[in-house]
Design a protein around this ligand. Structure first.
Ligand code: ARG
Length: 461
């Protein structure tokens, strides 16, 4: 074995690592995606080392020059990734040393791959969170743009997937706006805990060099340093927390997807989704399938799985760093990728939805959606609510047997159920009347929903 082929840590070993083991332990195939963050972290570390006179200014210049070239090679796809160099960190360090000599070998002073990788992952995730927050907001905007036109579009609101009370389509969409608002808040909150610097923890106990961690934190835009070196190199709770926030985003989009799928089914016929988000069937010529919402619903499974993978990865680890942690990357990357693609496509898809107000209205009309309004009417005339509920139940039964809506019953027919009913009842039994009556913050009255949309727009501005 020549010096050239030796692993960075191989001095104490008597035989080379088995080929199979090399492949098993190498992470470069997936962690090379951290390359630019690894370079960024190394440059800040080197700058600190130089300012603390741990390396010379000339070393710093050499490192900067070498890293500029490496960054270029990575961006152009010219960088030669070597599996035998295990991971992104050793690949870059080896190349740096080839380019600038001893300065490259001095870069790792006062540092370990343990605090290095934790730093890289945090830099990566911080960047990903910033992008994802923008994408969530873009989807929120798409929901607002659609809702804007539908404060007067009436559909049945459901409980137990049974027609419950009429709501506006805008009101329904705004429920998802609220979920996404909390999702964005969760990401922003998680970012605070991601944005702490592990570097300086070295392998686990800190380092004997006179380093300045706060300076590195400042250079890298971290809000502060991780306060305990053992914790800094070992815990991945920030990644788990992010994955949980991601799982919730997917869960919300999965619920909306389920609704889009139902609404697009001819049995509902509430909406149509633009052709570019659907596919046909190879055997049934009549089919147009809502593939995108179905895949979103399906991909929620993998994002939930990634969360469970990370929780499971962490739970048995004694302090401090263990190689187990190398397994944090693929689930994390997969969650980021899935969220990125899903949010992008979703914002676009919401812009391509055709609403069919007549079908929505018909469904609300046929479902006795204003029965509660009849009960409320009786309560306002002095009947206790439970008695009103009973009277209306009988009225609905009467109407069902005759296949008519409550508003289609004659006044005398309605009066069999309560003598408090007079002809002002018909205003309460219309779908419009039912919506307008729910006139408070959070209610479905058109003016309340319009105000909610206006507040929402402002919150995004
Ligand atoms: N590739 C490793 C990881 O992802 C880097 C840290 C390795 N440290 C070590 N002592 N083997 O966690």
């Amino acid at each position: 074995m020549t010096m050239q082929d030796k692993q960075a840590w191989s001095g104490r070993f008597n035989e080379p690592v088995a080929e199979l083991v090399k492949r098993y332990t190498a992470s470069v195939d997936f962690d090379k995606r951290l390359a630019l963050f690894d370079i960024q972290g190394s440059l800040a570390h080197a700058q600190m080392l130089a300012s603390c006179a741990i390396i010379s200014m000339q070393d710093l210049k050499d490192i900067q020059r070498g890293m500029a070239q490496i960054e270029n090679e990575v961006l152009c796809g010219d960088f030669e990734w070597r599996l035998d160099l295990e991971d992104v960190h050793l690949n870059i360090e080896k190349r740096l040393t080839a380019l600038v000599g001893d300065a490259g070998k001095r870069l790792h002073t006062g540092r370990s791959r343990n605090d290095q990788v934790a730093t890289d992952v945090r830099l990566y995730l911080r960047h990903a969170i910033d992008e994802l927050i923008m994408l969530v907001r873009a989807l929120q905007t798409a929901l607002l743009d659609l809702a804007q036109h539908h404060t007067h579009t009436i559909m049945p609101g459901f409980t137990h997937l049974q027609v419950a009370q009429p709501v506006s389509f805008a009101h329904h969409l705004m429920a998802y706006f609220e979920m996404l608002k909390r999702d964005a808040e969760r990401l922003a909150d998680c970012r605070k805990r991601v944005n702490r610097l592990p570097l300086g923890a070295a392998a686990l106990a800190g380092t004997s060099y006179p380093i300045k961690r706060e300076y590195v934190a400042e250079l890298l835009g971290f809000d502060g340093v991780c306060e305990n070196s053992l914790d800094a190199v070992s815990d991945r709770d920030f990644a788990i927390e992010f994955s949980a926030a991601g799982a919730l985003i997917m869960t919300h989009l999965s619920r909306l997807s389920e609704e889009l799928i139902l609404w697009m089914s001819p049995r509902f016929g509430f909406i149509d989704i633009a052709d570019r988000f659907c596919t046909g069937s190879s055997i049934m010529p009549q089919k147009k399938n809502p593939d995108v919402p179905e895949l979103v619903r399906g991909k929620t499974g993998r994002v939930n799985g990634n969360l469970v993978a990370l929780l499971t990865l962490m739970k048995g680890q004694p302090l401090a760093y263990n190689k187990d942690n190398q397994e944090d990357k693929e689930p994390l990357f997969d969650t980021v990728d899935t969220l990125t693609q899903t949010l992008r496509i979703y914002a676009d898809m919401m812009g391509g939805i055709t609403v069919k107000p007549e079908a929505m209205r018909q469904a609300a009309f046929q479902g006795y959606a204003t029965a509660t309004d009849l009960a409320d009417y009786l309560v306002k005339k002095g009947l206790p609510f439970r008695d009103a509920h009973e009277a209306v139940a009988l009225a609905v039964r009467f109407a069902v047997e005759r296949e008519r809506d409550l508003s289609e019953l004659k006044l005398e027919e309605l009066q069999q159920f309560s003598d408090l009913i007079s002809d002002d009842i018909y205003a309460a039994l219309t779908l419009e009347g039912s919506l307008a009556a729910r006139d408070h913050t959070g209610g479905t009255a058109p003016q309340q929903v319009a105000a909610a949309i206006a507040r929402a727009r402002k919150s995004l501005a």
